[in-house]
Design a protein. Structure first.
Ligand code: SF4
Length: 434
């Protein structure tokens, strides 16, 4: 059975250079296996793992959901059989089910999606299908939670593989953020300054648990996406003397730097250390306190890769995602969200060479969509988002056929109180204006 299949290896630097067959290596030989091999390994070892791909090296927290074993018939089915079963179940369900596919999802799954987009676009796309009883989110856990927050009570949001988490989102848990908040309150107090700005505003990236979005809603904070992070930080600076930004240090740093915040006013908060590893004065002098989190996919991009792309392809346009390290963003021609990257390529009127610093599945799809351009991934070692990779067509076939049989499996439900506070933080984001 194929898993990530040859599509992952389609676009490599060698291919762009020589137009030859793909020679790229992958970051893990286990990419040729089905994710259930990892489920089994987890079950035997008793340790949750993210599976092969870019974030496989990150420790999965104890609370990471476990996917039970997928029934054997789905593991043994060929790609063609799974395709037939998915199409048949989809046809049987009709308008009752809507399938959402994230930009970083593998093509074997994306081919069945009714909508493809980033996490927030997809949650909003689901709102256009109020008649759907089931929203099948082919993304990761926090995305399904956001869809549940925004969908109606009657709609069931389903994550085909429960173990499809996000290693970045898992780097900030509610307990650690609460503890950080208490320590900051002891230092800053609660009194606003002369301009009415509170000591600190919490800002969470969309890539975080519903509990953290609720934390922000409850404490005067807000959610941001990679598209609106600048507007959201400006919103927060109008109301607070400083910002606590989690979980992605890179998006926080890149955005705050673009707004003119000096690096020495952006201390990092390491949740394993007292005061996050800072002295009190550094926190008092801070403008943005950055959580020690990162995306394992975007962390792989480097300035050396950009230098090589420029040497090999004079005139290349380098576009990277703001989850990349600051040095990479600084060395690129531009940086922006997945939507920004898509629009930048769509806007190019002349054949152009693009080196892209984001997840490989999305880069491959852009290369296929715009054959007039040469588009390749900056990282020559092909590495997908290993958590997204866990949504295999076998899991999609299983959840769909269960729905046809009248059973809802793998439903993601966010607690009612958490929903209310998380929605407050999301609504603040929607109302924030540049
Ligand atoms: S690409 Fe990074 S941030 Fe996005 S889901 Fe995967 S691990 Fe999480």
């Amino acid at each position: 059975m194929s898993s990530v299949n040859t599509a992952i290896q389609l676009i490599t630097r060698e291919q762009a250079e020589k137009g030859a067959a793909a020679k790229g290596s992958t970051c893990s030989p286990a990419l040729a296996k089905g994710p259930w091999d990892y489920d089994l390994a987890e079950a035997l070892a008793g340790v949750p793992a993210y599976g092969p791909g870019a974030s496989s090296a990150d420790p999965a927290p104890a609370g990471t959901p476990r996917q039970g074993q997928l029934p054997e018939e789905y593991k043994r089915a060929s790609d063609a059989e799974l395709g037939e079963r998915i199409r048949a179940a989809k046809a049987a369900l009709g308008e009752r089910a809507v399938i959402l596919g994230h930009f970083y999802q593998r093509d074997e799954v994306i081919q069945y999606a009714d909508f493809v987009g980033d996490s927030f676009q997809l949650a909003n796309a689901a709102l256009t299908r109020p008649e759907a009883e089931a929203i099948i989110f082919c993304g990761v856990h926090f995305m399904a939670e956001t869809a549940d927050i925004l969908s109606t009570l009657d709609q069931a949001v389903i994550l085909p593989n429960l173990a499809a988490g996000c290693s970045m989102a898992d780097m900030a848990d509610a307990d650690s953020v609460e503890e950080c908040w208490e320590q900051l309150a002891e230092i800053f107090g609660a009194e606003p300054d002369a301009e009415g700005r509170v000591p600190v505003i919490p800002v969470t990236y969309m890539n975080s648990s519903a509990a953290l979005k609720a934390f922000c809603g409850e404490h005067g904070g807000i959610v941001c996406t990679s598209s609106n992070a600048k507007t959201v930080l400006e919103w927060a600076f109008q109301r607070g003397q400083r910002v606590l930004f989690f979980p992605d240090q890179h998006l926080g740093r890149n955005t705050a730097k673009a707004l003119g915040v000096p690096l020495d006013q952006m201390p990092m908060w390491n949740p394993r250390k007292d005061l996050g590893g800072n002295d009190e004065q550094a926190l008092l002098d801070s403008r943005v306190i950055l959580w020690h989190g990162f995306c394992s996919v975007h962390k792989r991009f480097s300035v050396a890769q950009i230098d090589k792309a420029r040497a090999d392809f004079p005139g290349v346009q380098v576009i990277v995602h703001p989850e990349c390290p600051m040095e990479v963003v600084d060395a690129a021609d531009s940086a922006g969200s997945t939507d920004f990257i898509k629009k930048a390529i769509a806007a190019a009127t002349e054949p152009t060479t693009f080196a892209i610093g984001t997840e490989i599945n999305m880069v491959n799809r852009l290369a296929a969509e715009y054959p007039q351009h040469t588009i390749f991934c900056l990282d020559p070692v092909i590495c997908p988002c290993s958590t997204m990779y866990r949504i295999h067509p076998g899991y999609l076939a299983w959840v769909l056929e269960e729905l046809v049989a009248g059973r809802v499996v793998n439903r993601i439900t966010v607690d009612h109180n958490v929903q209310a506070n998380a929605r407050t933080a999301l609504e603040r984001m929607l109302a924030a204006r540049p």
